[in-house]
Design a protein around this ligand. Structure first.
Ligand SMILES: Cc1ncc(COP(=O)(O)O)c(C=O)c1O
Length: 958
């Protein structure tokens, strides 16, 4: 017999699976042996409650290899048509500088990082976010900015909520200028309804007729008009109401900033600062307000503090405001929030600098002015007197002919009712665009020339009284990195400060920091996905439709739900969207009084925050000593709620890292009382292919595509949190005012600005599922194996707080540091910081149980990496023993002093442990040293001395 293997033996049908999984078959076997098991099947049998187990394989197409999946998706992408979109409405063509494209957007050093909860290993992205805040402050003319929000429309809703929190006016009425973008009005209406605010959408001329707690104005408005907001703002202030202003970042380079006109909150989208339109997202929203409202600010604020050596160090300020601490008292439910895109926008400003940005704005404005002058000369009536980049034109009966010529030229205009058309120019437009527009509007023999118009007298579009005179972006960071070499090095310097997945595992419990494979990432910057305006006619987005429809079908197969709503652009947004669907469902049955939401004590803080946003009353259900929902307490509270029970929000497997045995019964109890079950899908990575939320009893659940389905965390966003619903809830999910979605009731408002949320990152999840197929179940099983292996190896040194059947954990486990702290004074924080010296990102700290570390290795980490983590943790345990034994003083030891920096070792060393013990505690650290760039950051100082803008260079010299 021939020894030569056959072709079929040489083919690898599971090629990607092998790349996605960390441990190979031999490593898995070795880990199983440590657990005393013969096979993965045995582990799963011992771990997952039989009552919830899926019988049979996932109904998904067979896995494609990387090249085949890319080719199939390429086929879809080619069905998108790339026209020139001059629709405006908050989305504009932009040029991502290639140095930023390659070194940030396409660079795992930036896109695989996590939210900077551990500031000592995140100074790079904290600096980028601080730049974003400075950019926002300078351009809006306000005192204080937050790091980023999800999109312009949700930022508007956050502005309204802030206004209600802080306004002295007693009114319950919020006014919205009818000339705001329609998607903004829709999202604000949805939110107002949920909060129980009254809303009036009207012409600003009628503002004086209302007593309000705040108003939403837009500057320039959706039709391009620029009006002096000062009188309106003064009128609002006279009523002790707040003025919230939506604005356009590029226009603010030429316009008087709203802050100087007296606005209290100013926000908008930073998309056109170098972030592709992406068929709707992801993009960062900016948000600025007055210093006096800082404690009411939604989202994260980056602040300047100092480290243990007194050096400047950045951190997320006022973290006690974060949802997990404030829960239902939180200002908003924002968690994942577009950090990567905020960084890109800030880098765009760093790259161009104030002069470069101004030139871009002036060029866009000049082109618009030339277009306006030419059309005016030829008698086309313009409806907005003033403009920056947008013209609204009255074309009457010529509308359809103009639309037809625009189609022939592959140009999308904004089509308004009553014979009107809108045009918005952007950075990608040039003389040729304007020439083509003349042809479209006037026919070929119009006789106009851009050159001639440019040479003549072209009237300015910006009113004389509203031209910007104040300086901006004067900080050196915006004036130093304009050559590509300087920019490249600046990006690299910041990247080097941070620890991302390309350096080591990030075992953050509940965050699922798994592989974001390169093949999954490649398609997102294909122009056919990146450069589509979200409101193009559907026929131009056929490729998106095919991809999204297929992804929805697959997610339905994975979760068991009947319908998917792709709009929410984060997990927390999914929670809010799901709760609204529940609310509408109850209302449709005459049960509007059902407003109690039961939430287990172990829940993530976004759960109660979202419930509060949906106007539900939160009742906490206790957990028992094993970490499970206390069934008796649940039954009692469900019975007490009775006719008022709206729903339960439960995470499964629970945040305690175990598969609760009673989950089916829990769902039954809720249903028996007429309630609905919302399943927080953050831990879906422990279910895929083994169990399905809908089969277990959930009525609705969100899927964090940025956890289970491989969208990278981007340093704190982007994300996608689509919700799956059972059929009875399907009519009640979000719709959209501009692009009507099939399925949900058309009158349902939007929850995000774009119809499919952050559509351009959906190819990542599509690729993952296409390349895994039914083998997704293998990923889940290996995630469980990895977690149990860690629990077994570390349990002796640090007790595992909760375990399920047969002492097994799910895909994560909680290590209890409290007993050690009581004995030695070494806290979970000391261990977290010490891990940095070993080159690791800490596990999730003090969530869901204070004083603990929650470890989630994911399936993508190899046994080698897990062993390295185990080695580090056991070595740290031995260091704690030295403190315990008195070998090292309680306050002067490597744990309390961690993390160590270069500054420590180049100074005089007078510590009771050696430099080598401090900075190279393992072989690996010696070979691949990662240096945190600051020592432990002083949290209290940072909050007491809140400073949230770029630090003057002299302060670094002090
Ligand atoms: C259990 C749980 N629920 C909800 C969320 C919120 O998800 P997102 O950050 O996508 O808004 C998280 C985030 O980590 C979580 O861990």
């Amino acid at each position: 017999m021939s020894q030569t293997p056959s072709l079929s033996q040489l083919q690898q049908p599971d090629a990607f699976l092998r790349r996605h999984l960390g441990p190979d078959a031999a490593e898995q076997q070795a880990m199983l042996e440590v657990l005393g098991l013969a096979s993965r099947d045995e582990l799963i049998e011992q771990t997952v409650p039989p009552a919830i187990c899926l019988t049979g394989e996932l109904q998904l197409p067979a896995a494609l290899d990387e090249q085949a999946a890319l080719a199939k998706l390429r086929g879809y992408a080619e069905q998108n048509q790339l026209w020139t979109s001059l629709i405006g409405m908050g989305y504009y063509g932009t040029v991502t500088p290639t140095v930023i494209l390659r070194n940030v957007l396409e660079n795992p050093g930036w896109y695989t990082a996590y939210t900077p909860y551990q500031p000592e290993i995140a100074q790079g992205r904290l600096e980028a976010l601080l730049n974003f805040q400075q950019l926002t402050i300078d351009l809006t003319g306000l005192d204080l900015a937050s790091a980023s929000l999800l999109d312009e429309a949700t930022a508007a809703a956050e502005a309204m909520a802030l206004a209600k929190r802080v306004a002295k006016a007693k009114s319950n009425l919020f006014f919205v200028d009818e000339h705001c973008h329609p998607q903004t009005i829709s999202v604000v209406s949805t939110r107002a309804e949920a909060f129980g605010f009254e809303l009036v959408v009207d012409d600003v001329a009628n503002l004086g007729r209302h007593q309000v707690f705040g108003a939403l104005l837009q500057y320039p408005d959706t039709h391009g008009e620029i009006r002096d907001l000062k009188p309106l703002i003064e009128h609002l202030h006279a009523q002790q109401a707040l003025a919230c202003v939506a604005t356009d970042l590029l226009s603010l380079l030429l316009l008087t900033p709203p802050g100087e006109l007296g606005a209290d909150v100013v926000f908008g989208s930073a998309q056109r600062f170098g972030v592709p339109m992406g068929y709707g997202g992801p993009h960062a929203a900016f948000f600025a307000t007055r210093d006096e409202f800082k404690r009411a600010m939604p989202g994260r604020i980056i602040g300047v503090s100092k480290d243990a050596r007194g050096n400047i160090a950045l951190r997320m300020a006022l973290q006690t405001r974060e949802q997990h601490i404030r829960r239902e008292k939180a200002n908003s439910n924002i968690c994942t929030a577009q950090v990567l895109l905020a960084n890109i926008a800030a880098f765009y400003a760093v790259y161009h600098g104030p002069q470069g940005l101004k030139r871009i704005a002036q060029r866009v404005h000049r082109l618009t002015a030339i277009l306006a002058a030419g059309l005016e000369q030829k008698g086309v009536q313009r409806l907005n007197e003033h403009f920056f980049d947008t013209l609204t034109l009255e074309v009457g009966g010529a509308q359809s002919a103009i639309i037809e010529s625009a189609k022939a030229a592959r140009i999308n205009l904004r089509i308004l009712g009553r014979g009107q058309l809108g045009i918005s120019l952007d950075e990608t437009c040039d003389e040729d665009t304007v020439e083509r527009l003349f042809d479209i509007f006037l026919g070929a023999d119009h006789g106009l020339s851009v050159e001639a118009l440019d040479a003549g007298q072209v009237p300015e579009g910006i009113p004389a009284g509203l031209r910007r005179s104040s300086p901006y972006l004067t900080h050196p960071v915006f004036n130093a990195h304009h050559s590509e070499t300087e920019m490249l090095r600046y990006l690299k310097q910041l990247e080097n400060k941070d620890l991302a997945l390309n350096q080591s595992m990030i075992p953050l419990g509940s965050c699922t920091m798994k592989l974001n494979a390169t093949s999954e990432m490649i398609p997102i910057t294909w122009p056919e996905f990146a450069n589509l305006h979200p409101f193009v006619p559907r026929e131009q987005a056929q490729g998106y439709t095919l991809m999204i429809d297929e992804l929805e079908e697959w997610l339905r197969a994975i979760t068991g739900f009947d319908a998917i709503c792709m709009q929410p652009n984060s997990g927390a947004q999914g929670e809010y969207a799901g709760l609204l669907a529940i609310r509408r469902y109850h209302e449709s049955r005459g049960d509007a009084h059902r407003n109690i939401c039961l939430i287990p004590a172990s829940a993530h803080g976004t759960n109660p925050a979202s419930a509060q946003m949906a106007s539900m009353r939160v009742v906490i259900v206790e957990c028992d000593a094993e970490g499970n929902v206390d069934l008796e307490d649940l039954k009692r509270k469900a019975a007490e709620a009775g006719e008022q029970l709206a729903c339960l929000m439960a995470t499964y497997p629970s945040t305690h890292g175990v598969y609760e045995e009673g989950i089916r019964e829990i769902c039954e109890v809720i249903h028996a009382h007429g309630g609905q079950v919302y399943m927080d899908g953050a831990n879906l990575n422990a279910q895929v292919g083994l169990a399905r939320p809908a089969d277990i009893g959930a009525d609705v659940s969100h899927m964090n595509l940025h956890k289970t389905f491989c969208i990278p965390h981007g340093g704190g966003g982007p994300g996608m949190g689509p919700i799956g619903v059972r059929a009875h809830l399907a009519p009640f999910v979000a719709n959209h005012p501009v692009i009507e979605l099939k399925g949900p009731n058309p009158e349902n408002g939007a929850v995000s600005a774009a119809p499919w949320g952050s559509a351009s990152i959906l190819p990542i999840s599509w690729m993952y599922i296409a390349m895994m197929g039914p083998q997704l179940a293998d990923a889940t099983e290996v995630a469980i194996l990895n977690a149990n292996y860690l629990a077994k190896q570390l349990g002796g040194a640090f007790p595992v707080l909760f375990s399920g059947r047969n002492d097994r954990v799910a895909h994560e486990c909680i290590l209890d540091l409290r007993p050690l702290k009581a004995e030695t004074g070494i806290s979970e924080e000391d261990v977290a910081k010490r891990l940095m010296d070993y080159g690791f990102h800490a596990p999730t700290m003090s969530f869901p149980v204070p004083g603990t570390l929650m470890v989630e290795p994911t399936e993508s980490e190899s046994k080698h990496e897990l062993d390295r983590f185990i080695e580090a943790m056991l070595s740290i345990r031995a260091e704690i023993a030295k403190v315990q034994n008195g070998d090292w003083p309680a306050e002067d030891n490597p744990l309390k002093r961690a993390p160590h920096t270069l500054a420590d070792v180049i100074g005089v060393w007078e510590r009771p442990y050696s430099i080598a013990e401090a900075v190279t505690p393992t072989e690996h650290a010696r070979a691949h040293k990662y240096w945190p760039t600051v020592n432990r950051v002083d949290n209290v100082y940072g909050d007491r001395n809140l400073f949230c803008a770029c630090v003057p260079l002299d302060d670094y010299r002090e």
